[in-house]
Design a protein. Structure first.
Length: 258
């Protein structure tokens, strides 16, 4: 870099420096505005100030160096997708993760073989703080880990998420009543011709009556249940105290349909 004409290399997209081992510092790369891929692993680098103007980086390989702190050095890399920082000397987990929070495109992250990886619940903390990461320390982030991280670090939100749910499909044979016994509507029975089952690759047999086909399709859908209460008939706390009598059972209407 000290002897080449940098003005001729402003469109450089790749930069390799790992071939020269043992480097402790890298000259500023601010002239390479379009630099996207940078390999400077397997050195002895301790400072990353040479990256302060390389906003287009999408892949950065800093593994096997001597980094002890990355605060203020990487937060501007908003489009970074791959970041390898394993085999360094990073010690402060909270400070390191805070630096990476702005990387909304970050998908692959390596932090193993750093002192911070010994912190309790290290993996769940990184998963919670960096939701875009899909591959952490060479292991895919599972949905169960995301749920565990949410319960551990944001209990209130986890309870809200668990309270919002959708009914799941009730696998019942056609012609039998499904769900609650409160459903008093008579069940219509329909004989299905062979070869008309849904989900297979057999030839579908047409129905003589179109209503039969509609009914069959409806019976394969998920069972839904809604309950209604007339709150105008439910006494308030003050009314219950004034009346001082046993509260009557509320009228509740429950409807089931597919």
């Amino acid at each position: 870099l000290s002897i080449i004409n940098i003005k001729k290399f402003v469109t450089v997209l790749f930069f390799f420096s790992s071939s020269t081992r043992g480097q402790r510092s890298i000259p500023s790369l601010s002239q390479f505005h379009r630099l996207r891929y940078l390999w400077i692993n397997n050195n002895k680098i301790q400072d990353l100030t040479f990256l302060i103007k390389n906003y287009c980086l999408t892949e950065l390989y800093l593994n096997n160096n001597e980094l002890t702190d990355i605060a203020g050095a990487l937060k501007h890399l908003c489009v970074l997708r791959i970041l390898l920082l394993h085999n360094n000397q990073l010690k402060k987990l909270g400070k390191t993760v805070k630096e990476l929070k702005g990387m909304i495109s970050l998908q692959t992250l390596n932090l193993f073989h750093n002192p911070l990886a010994q912190d309790p619940d290290y993996r769940l903390y990184v998963i919670y703080c960096l939701p875009s990461v899909q591959l952490l320390d060479r292991q895919s982030v599972t949905q169960r880990e995301r749920a565990s991280a949410l319960r551990l670090y944001n209990r209130k939100r986890s309870c809200v998420v668990q309270s919002i749910a959708f009914g799941k499909r009730v696998n019942t044979p056609l012609g039998t009543a499904a769900g609650s016994s409160r459903c008093t509507q008579p069940v219509r029975r329909l004989m299905m011709p062979s070869g008309c089952e849904f989900g297979d690759r057999t030839i579908k047999v047409p129905y003589e009556n179109p209503e039969d086909a509609v009914f069959l399709r409806a019976m394969t859908r998920s069972l839904m249940e809604f309950s209604f209460v007339d709150w105008n008939k439910v006494p308030t706390c003050q009314e219950r105290r004034l009346e001082n009598k046993a509260e009557a059972a509320h009228e509740k209407l429950t409807v089931q349909f597919r």
